[in-house]
Design a protein. Structure first.
Length: 714
């Protein structure tokens, strides 16, 4: 149906602020809708509005049903970045007449067509509306009776221009940063050669993954995010194990179905035909049947395009429209379902991804061991690889333990989320067992390290042997290798910190203020601990980790702006979202640059352990040259070289073969205990060289002076 030129062009332009961008064309389009009125007399089943700036065409498609014939007036309320537009029109007015809606008939009705918008009105739409990513705008349409002004229907919709900060390229780049950090950490460990006390340069693999976890979980809270920030956090979902994989989701659906799970509106097939409507805290109709249509782009990422429809009970008994269902989501559910992962599949998805990663690690380490065995059969390989060849199972166990340590906070979150959501009994059992195993492994190592440290303190007075004993370092260093000797215990509050974060985010799902406030307290406590202790061995590690924690605290503080209970304006929320993106992106870029710098340093700097081994023989030769000759006749009469005085003072007590003599440590100024005498008995005479005491033999002519065999086997 074609509509004559009408004075409600402003209405159409207002609707055109809600959009989706298609193939680079300047198109604004609404994105689904929800009912904001229960028990309405007019049920809107479908409403699609689109404005194309290149042709100035406005296209609309509206369908619904009414319980009786009614004359109505439509009122449109549009809000975008604090700007509000209100426009009303009567479909029976001559200038704005729509035949199908004048009056609204009893039963089903439909209006479909297009309208050419005059350029003078189209030019009123600012260009920024077509350019800004994740345009944030909201529209509400009310249908009011002309008899008394009663509201007969209410629908709400969000739109955008299709430009978004969610991009596969960003996720690939972030994954590349994680991979580079992993390779660099492995290379640094290989260069260190297993020497005790060798700290890894920051940023490490664990630090980078931990930072990506923070950005991802910042998008999981039950708050009213600006679309631009919600899209940004989605780029880092891969770091938490959320990877869209339809075949895997279908298998998990089958598993849940066989173990008591409820697949109604909670399966991958449902999500493929659904439009996500984010709950902003204003409430939605509980009797709306939710459905939507999702179109997959070439990269396999679900893009929620819409031809939406709602088909509630009507007098005409209409059928469900094929356009799909609107699905209202928030919190963790909203985050995971943006990735086409049903909320009840979340834990199983992450568990399977973890199992795949562990299997890949095991195969990779085994393959490397096979290569070394073949190498050993035909040639000799570097000694630093000998330990790897002999300790395959130990290296595999430590690698998996390290992975558990890095992912502990995320698994805590997903396990608790599975408990709160219920569904399949098997999934709940697996979540409980997984969390118990992970916590048990970390608890066991914590107990062992604490016991070893106490033993060392009791025997040696300090726990420095955790860093100096090779066997202890090999077993437990992955927990404390980057900390200073006096702060080896920092890994314990770090584990507690990850546990608390996961429990707060998952346990408080649906309560944004509780989640944000609790997380802010935890992040602040961790920041104070790091600032007080400054536990990291390397200076770079100090400022990198403290900087990361500062940004974490500031990020959670900014998320308070998005909490619905505080009621801050949309403009304030959007500006805060942009600031968050800028700060978090800057820190991510800095970490990436530091990884490159560390890689360059690793390539060109000398190995300190190899340099020390090369230096030791040279030092030994110089020390041997300075030794006092061990001649029985005159060594006791020679003066001790000045540079040995300090050595004798510090170690002389422990290198004597006779029993301890108290006078060895006495000062030369102390009074002698022997009586003064003029006797010359027992003094060596001047011709001592010619005296042949009893049982004394001349030295054999073959005996020559030789240096002591220091460091050699006798």
């Amino acid at each position: 149906m074609w509509i004559r030129p009408w004075s409600i062009t402003s209405l159409l332009l207002a609707w055109s602020l809600f959009s989706h961008h298609v193939d680079g064309i300047d198109v604004l389009k609404n994105n689904g809708f929800t009912s904001c009125l229960d028990n309405s007399e007019i049920n809107v089943e479908k409403i699609n509005l689109e404005f194309d700036r290149t042709t100035n065409d406005f296209i609309f498609d509206v369908a619904g049903s009414s319980s009786k014939i009614q004359n109505v007036t439509a009122v449109l309320l549009v809000e975008a970045y604090g700007q509000k537009i209100t426009q009303s029109f009567n479909p029976c007015d001559e200038a704005t007449k729509v035949d199908q809606l004048c009056p609204v008939p009893a039963g089903r009705f439909m209006a479909k067509g297009s309208q050419k918008i005059p350029s003078k009105f189209a030019e009123k739409i600012p260009s920024i509306a077509f350019a800004i990513p994740d345009l944030q705008a909201h529209a509400t349409m009310l249908l009011k009776s002309n008899d008394g002004g009663q509201t007969l229907a209410c629908i709400s919709s969000t739109v955008g221009n299709g430009k978004s900060l969610e991009a596969p390229a960003v996720s690939y780049a972030a994954a590349g940063v994680v991979g580079a950090a992993l390779v660099l950490s492995g290379a640094a460990a290989l260069v260190a050669g297993g020497h005790p006390g060798a700290a890894t340069s920051s940023p490490t693999f664990g630090e980078v993954v931990g930072w990506f976890h923070s950005m991802a979980t910042n998008g999981m809270l039950s708050v009213n995010y600006p679309p631009i920030y919600r899209s940004f956090t989605k780029n880092f979902a891969f770091s938490t194990g959320l990877i869209p994989w339809k075949q895997m989701q279908m298998s998990i659906d089958d598993f849940r179905n066989k173990t008591g799970g409820n697949l109604t509106n909670d399966n991958v097939q449902f999500l493929e035909n659904a439009t996500l409507i984010f709950d902003e805290g204003s409430g939605t109709s509980s009797n709306v049947k939710r459905s939507w249509n999702s179109i997959f782009n070439s990269a396999g990422i679900a893009v929620r395009e819409i031809s939406t429809s709602i088909n509630e009970t009507s007098t005409a008994g209409g059928t469900e429209d094929e356009g799909g269902i609107n699905h209202v989501v928030k919190g963790i559910q909203a985050y995971v379902e943006m990735l086409s992962v049903p909320k009840s599949n979340t834990f199983m998805t992450v568990l399977l991804i973890f199992a795949i990663v562990v299997a890949a690690i095991a195969v990779g380490i085994l393959l490397f061991k096979v290569i070394l065995e073949v190498w050993a059969m035909f040639a000799s390989f570097p000694k630093k690889l000998t330990n790897f060849r002999k300790d395959y199972w130990g290296i595999l166990a430590r690698t998996i333990t390290n992975l558990i340590l890095v992912l502990y906070g995320i698994f805590t979150l997903y396990c608790v989320f599975q408990f709160t959501r219920g569904d399949s009994w098997a999934a709940k059992v697996l979540a409980g067992v997984t969390l118990a195993i992970f916590t048990g492994i970390l608890g066991y190592f914590t107990f062992k390290i604490w016991s070893v440290a106490r033993k060392y303190k009791k025997v040696e007075g300090s726990a420095a042997a955790l860093y100096e004993d090779r066997e202890t370092w090999r077993k437990y260093s992955l927990f404390y290798d980057n900390y200073r000797k006096g702060y080896w215990w920092i890994f314990v509050p770090t584990i507690v910190y990850m546990l608390a974060r996961g429990c707060i985010i998952a346990g408080g799902d649906g309560h944004g203020l509780v989640q944000t406030a609790g997380q802010l307290i935890v992040e602040a406590i961790m920041f104070i601990l790091l600032l007080w202790s400054r536990p990291y061995e390397a200076k770079s590690g100090q400022w990198i980790n403290i900087s990361i924690q500062v940004v974490r605290v500031l990020s959670v503080a900014c998320i308070l702006v998005f909490v619905q209970e505080l009621g801050l304006s949309t403009t304030t929320q959007t500006v805060t979202g942009v600031v968050l993106i800028a700060v978090q992106s800057a820190l991510t870029c800095i970490l990436a640059i530091l990884i490159v710098v560390n890689a360059i340093i690793l390539l060109f700097k000398k190995n300190p352990h190899s340099a020390r081994r090369r230096k030791d023989p040279e030092t030994m030769d110089r020390d041997l040259d300075n030794l006092t000759p061990l001649d029985a006749r005159n060594s006791l009469l020679e003066t001790v070289p000045p540079h040995y005085s300090s050595w004798r003072g510090s170690t002389g007590y422990y290198n004597r073969t006779s029993s301890y003599d108290p006078y060895m440590g006495s000062s030369t100024s102390e009074k002698s205990h022997h009586m003064y005498t003029n006797s010359t008995d027992h003094l060596i005479p001047a011709n001592a060289d010619n005296i042949n005491h009893m049982n004394m033999r001349d030295p054999s002519p073959e005996r020559q002076f030789s240096r002591p065999m220091i460091g050699q086997a006798y």
